[in-house]
Design a binder for this molecule. Sequence first.
Ligand code: ATP
Length: 221
Amino acid sequence: MKRDFAVIGLGRFGGSICRELSMEGMEVLAIDIDEDKVNEFKNIASHAVIADSTDEATLKDLGIKNIDHVIVAIGDNIQASILTTVVLTDFNIKKITVKAQNDYHEKILNKIGADQVVHPERDMGKRIAHNIISNNILDYLELSDDHSIVEVKVGAKMLGKSLIDLDIRANYGCNVVAIKQGKDINVSPSAEDKLKEDDILIVIGADKDISRFEKHLVVDE
Ligand code: ATP
């Protein structure tokens, strides 16, 4: 189903979202206060307009009320980001995603009713840090302040062993929820099957448990 999007703030982050959505054939209204930024997106987005998103009347005139999902990607100007979010929540937009600049900003955005708050620099920093710890850690996704999901390649310490042999739940308190084998994902992995090279485990757990699991089983000596 085709949905309408608006991206407010066309910096690197907002600009990249706007480009991708447009490339996927979505209808995108691109908004920025800066004329040069808007000109950059004239031929990319369905509509690109110069506007101050903190101004309620302007957003109303742009028909923002009819848009399914608005992404607020104003970073540095935290005040403008908060004010824009307040105006959007008053319009009862179906979904509002806002980029947070820091933890304090994130807290306020959650309080004032943003549906989704993203913190790309912090999240990407975490992912890269885990990948630096071990090349076997392919991805790291935060579920809450203290729980995450990791995607790990079966390394030397796990190779040829079954989930029963490793007993990850008893030893580390984490759960293997799926095993990826090439393009297939097995969401109810057998406890007895031996793990093979190139198998990828999807593991869920508390951060402290995942950290022990990574140190003991994932990092190759
Ligand atoms: P990024 O970190 O994504 O690269 P940036 O550093 O280029 O962003 P920011 O200051 O984070 O820029 O703001 C992103 C965009 O939001 C800028 O292009 C800026 O002109 C725009 N912007 C800031 N305030 C408003 C506003 N009140 N209304 C509309 N757009 C705004």
